[in-house]
Design a protein around this ligand. Structure first.
Ligand code: PMP
Length: 451
């Protein structure tokens, strides 16, 4: 009752919440969380794809406490700095997917992407190309929910009722071969067609008006959309041709999620700006970062010199407690071989997920590293999805929750993204509980005359 009468829940049916009420999580241990009845759940989504080191990494708690007791806050405006911010910037530049020049810290993924848009504009201002402002992203991409980052996002329910996207934010086809490939088309021909679509859009808009293309290496919230192997190579050829910057949104894919430190490495992306958050602190503190190339930095430097100030910044950007936690998280990823171990866990996950391709409800099993999804279909042959108002995916998600597994229904898919510290046995258990939830959903659907 206290929650219902006081607390608004994002991405939630607010009216339904008044009936259902909250599930209150009380504590966490490794890959598990426990609710206020003491019921245990395997956190198969790492929270919101972020708690990469699980729920009880003492080193992160200790370093936060130490920093809170030393210098709990300081700003980084006007030439001020802190040791944790400097060390985290150094560490990020060392592990960056391509040579990067500088790091700018913010607090959330939305803020990082919002800022990346501003940097694209600022950079082209510095070059005197003030018209180069339009931003292209993909349908089903997710980049946040601030006004500008929601405009980058390509999900209709985040636009409808808010009059978004803003002008100048354009969306191209999602690289999901299963849903968007044409009959008889190969994956290579599909990527070529998508690159041509991008080329035609830039030409139609006028290359002098297009500033950047934002892309998640693997789309997360759009349903774990793994692009064809050559997709980004072809897309980048088009971007280079028209001097359009590439911003890699690594908010989910950064720090091992795809099996390498960065999704940009997995998909041979050469971004001008990388945005990251979530696993940057393993979610123990809110923090995001932009890794900025020398080319973009030189533009920023020149423009700020001309104007006298780089006119951007947040009170909590480079928060020292968050940065101290980030430094420790990066140490753990490196020293404990957490990221090195992802390919082995990914192989286990792949082996466990593969048999689901034969499940009557599943049209496609897809994933890379430790981000996976199944595509729910009413009919395997025609690939017909369930009607959205059936909320079939939500039913599977709820049945999994009853069985002590957190997974996430996303559009026509259901996602799993376990913490990187999972054991192989826990991965098997996640997929086993997930399969039980699918089977229970199939039974209920059959009983209602569905199949
Ligand atoms: N980009 C991506 C790829 C994301 O997955 C998210 C969050 N799920 C964001 C940006 C936005 O991050 P935040 O919720 O921290 O604003």
């Amino acid at each position: 009752m206290r929650d219902i009468s006081t607390h608004i829940h994002p991405q939630t049916n607010l009216a339904l919440h008044e009936t259902l009420g909250p599930t209150i999580m009380m504590r966490g241990e490794g890959a598990y969380v426990y609710d206020d009845d003491g019921k245990q759940y395997l956190e198969g989504m790492s929270g919101l794809w972020c708690a990469a080191l699980g729920m009880s990494e003492k080193r992160l708690a200790d370093v936060a406490t130490r920093q809170l007791n030393t210098l709990p806050y300081y700003q980084n405006f006007a030439h001020r700095s802190t040791e944790p911010a400097i060390e985290l910037a150094e560490r990020l530049l060392k592990v960056a997917p391509v040579a990067m020049s500088k790091v700018l810290f913010q607090s959330s993924g939305s803020e990082a992407n919002d800022t990346a848009i501003k940097l694209v504009w600022y950079y082209f201002h510095a070059k005197g190309q003030t018209q180069k402002r339009k931003i292209i992203t993909r349908h089903r991409g997710y980049h946040g929910t601030s006004i500008a980052s929601a405009s980058l996002t390509g999900l209709p329910h985040l636009h409808r009722d808010f009059n978004l996207p803003l002008d100048g934010f354009l969306h191209v086809t999602c690289p999901h071969f299963y849903r968007e490939g044409l009959p008889g088309e190969t994956e290579e021909a599909f990527s070529t067609r998508l690159a041509e679509e991008l080329d035609q859009l830039i030409v139609a808009q006028g290359p002098e008006t297009v500033g950047a293309f934002f892309a998640e290496p693997v789309m997360g919230t759009g349903g774990v959309i793994v692009p064809p192997a050559d997709y980004f190579e072809k897309i980048q050829t088009v971007l280079r041709k028209h001097d359009v910057l590439l911003v890699a949104d690594e908010v989910i894919t950064g720090f091992g999620r795809t099996g390498n430190w960065w999704g940009s490495q997995t998909y041979a992306m050469k971004p001008d700006i990388v945005t990251c958050a979530k696993a940057l602190t393993a979610a123990y503190m809110p923090l995001s970062a932009l890794l900025i190339s020398e080319r973009v930095y030189q533009g920023m430097r020149a423009q700020s010199e001309k104007i006298g100030v780089f006119g951007h910044g947040y009170t909590y950007g480079a928060h020292p407690v968050a940065c101290a936690v980030g430094v420790e998280a990066l140490r753990i990823y490196e020293e404990d071989g957490i990221i090195d171990n992802v390919p082995a866990l990914a192989a286990r996950m792949q082996a466990a997920m593969a048999p689901l391709a034969d499940h009557p409800l599943i049209g496609e099993v897809r994933g890379v590293g430790l981000m996976w999804a199944v595509e729910l279909v009413r009919d395997k042959q025609s690939k017909e999805a369930f009607a959205p108002d059936m909320q079939f995916g939500l039913g599977v998600q709820n049945r999994a929750f009853e069985r002590g597994l957190v997974c996430r229904s996303l559009g026509t898919g259901i996602a799993l993204a376990p913490p990187l510290i999972c054991t192989e046995e826990q991965i098997d258990e996640i997929v086993a509980r997930f399969t039980q939830a699918l089977n229970a959903s199939l039974d209920a659907y059959s009983a209602s005359g569905g199949i």
